[in-house]
Design a protein around this ligand. Structure first.
Ligand code: FAD
Length: 305
């Protein structure tokens, strides 16, 4: 005999992206950010990985500290580029043995220097398969559980891709390889996320697609982003940031734009919001305040009556 269950608590997922610090002072700043973000009880925080493994030790060190010293659940980014298959397997074993239970499987950006090795795996979907294979070797250690595997999705065409339709096929291949969820690349217009969601669902992608949003508070960051990710930046937003009187006004403009994107995505059915923080908490917290995102109760406050 089965009894009707109460509905599960429904609140949007919340997560942040951090990157491993390069200097001691950057590390101190990052830890102030981590403590401030921890208070918002995110579902996970992701830690980037330099393609080719350039920051491997700092990334693993940060993941370890997050596990040992905070209540946060880390999602480790991992890239194919520049790494051999064996090296990636060893790294997955290491992450799992240290207690990491979430991995974002990425190809990584190809090195500009063509003399550097590209790595054994060509596409992120192959890394998803590799993680699933490695996970099966550690079933007992995982208490027969699984690692959550995420992948990248694109609200605007990936710069190397022939079309957005091809991007959807790639996302479908990542799902078929075993991905549990996707996080989008930065985008600027609400309809770009709704379009991605619509076409992905129509093509059979049923994993959650979490919109990734950046508080656009600086022109320099906007430009850097366009260089790194090949994104076409929003000219109107850029103009407004350029003509803002001071940093406080830029922050207001950037936060407002991000809140609008996040609201629109949640209204379209997004399962949550992933905030690219650039290791700074002030603008991310402003976004959260204005979004008024409902969060789960603090531990110990769940009503059981
Ligand atoms: P893939 O899915 O492999 O796609 C790469 C290209 O290959 C695309 O053009 C795709 O269309 C094509 N492709 C894929 N599969 C096939 C196939 N089977 N046949 C033909 N073509 C195919 N980079 C980092 O270096 N470190 C990070 O920590 C990092 N974090 C990120 C986090 C998020 C949420 C996102 C969205 C991106 C991140 N990136 C990171 C950037 C990412 O590595 C780049 O966008 C990279 O160019 C593509 O990665 P991918 O995982 O989407 O690759």
């Amino acid at each position: 005999m089965s009894f009707p269950l109460p509905p599960p608590p429904t609140y949007p997922a919340l997560s942040y992206e951090l990157f491993p610090p390069r200097t001691t002072s950057a590390e101190e700043g990052l830890w102030r950010t981590i403590r401030a973000l921890e208070d918002t009880r995110p579902d996970f925080v992701s830690v980037t990985y330099g393609a080719s493994g350039s920051n491997r030790d700092t990334a693993v060190g940060l993941l370890k500290r997050l596990l040992d010293e905070t209540t946060l659940k880390p999602l480790a980014h991992l890239t194919c580029v520049g790494n051999s298959r064996d090296y990636l397997v060893q790294l997955v074993y290491e992450l799992i043995s240290r207690g990491v239970r979430g991995i974002l499987a990425l190809r990584g950006d190809r090195p500009l220097d063509r003399s550097l090795p590209e790595g054994d795996l060509q596409h992120a979907s192959e890394l998803v398969e590799l993680i699933r294979q490695a996970e099966r070797q550690l079933t007992a250690h995982l208490c027969a559980g699984r690692v959550a595997v995420g992948v990248a999705a694109y609200s605007t065409k990936h710069p190397e891709s022939p079309s957005t339709e091809h991007d959807i096929e790639v996302l479908l291949a990542k799902q078929a390889a075993g991905a549990d969820f996707a996080i989008t690349q930065v985008y600027f217009a609400p309809e770009q996320y709704s379009q991605l969601l619509r076409t992905a669902r129509r093509a059979g992608v049923d994993i959650p697609i979490i919109p990734g949003v950046i508080p656009f508070t600086s022109v320099r960051r906007l430009e850097r982003l366009s260089e790194l990710a090949g994104l076409q930046i929003d000219a109107r937003l850029k103009d407004r940031l350029v003509s803002a009187g001071d940093d406080a006004e830029r922050r207001r403009i950037g936060v407002r734009a991000t809140v609008d994107l996040a609201h629109a995505a949640l209204n379209d059915g997004a399962p949550g919001i992933h905030i690219y923080t650039f290791n700074e908490h002030a603008a991310a917290l402003d976004v959260l305040d204005r979004l008024e995102l409902s969060r789960p109760p603090a531990p110990g406050l769940i009503q059981t009556a």
